[in-house]
Design a protein around this ligand. Structure first.
Ligand SMILES: [Zn+2]
Length: 85
C-alpha cells in the first residue's frame, strides 16, 4: 500500500481543493511566460484550446493530473485552426 503503481485512480479527489488550479507555461508563439487556469473538476486528462493572453493566438493545452493532484501542462501551437493548407 506504500507505493501504488497506478497513477490514474478513478477515485482520486480532483476538485476537493487539493488539486492544482493553475500552472505555469510558455507560449509557443511569442515565448512569454503565462499562467494557465485549470479546472480540476473536468477530469484527470484534459485537452482544450485556449488563446494566449499576450499574443491571442490559439494553443492546444494538455493538462494531466497525477494522483496527488499536481498538474502537468503542455502547451502546443494550434496550427490547425483556420489553416487548410
Ligand atoms: Zn503568445
Amino acid at each position: 500500500m506504500i507505493s501504488s503503481p497506478d497513477p490514474l485512480d478513478d477515485d482520486f479527489p480532483l476538485g476537493d481543493g487539493t488539486a492544482d488550479t493553475e500552472a505555469e507555461g510558455t507560449c509557443p508563439y511569442c515565448g512569454e511566460g503565462v499562467t494557465i487556469a485549470l479546472d480540476p473538476g473536468s477530469g484527470a486528462a484534459q485537452e482544450y484550446v485556449e488563446d494566449c493572453q499576450v499574443c491571442c493566438r490559439p494553443w492546444t493545452v494538455r493538462a494531466n493530473y497525477d494522483g496527488d493532484g499536481a498538474a502537468t501542462v503542455e502547451v502546443e501551437a494550434n496550427d490547425e485552426v483556420g489553416g487548410e493548407e
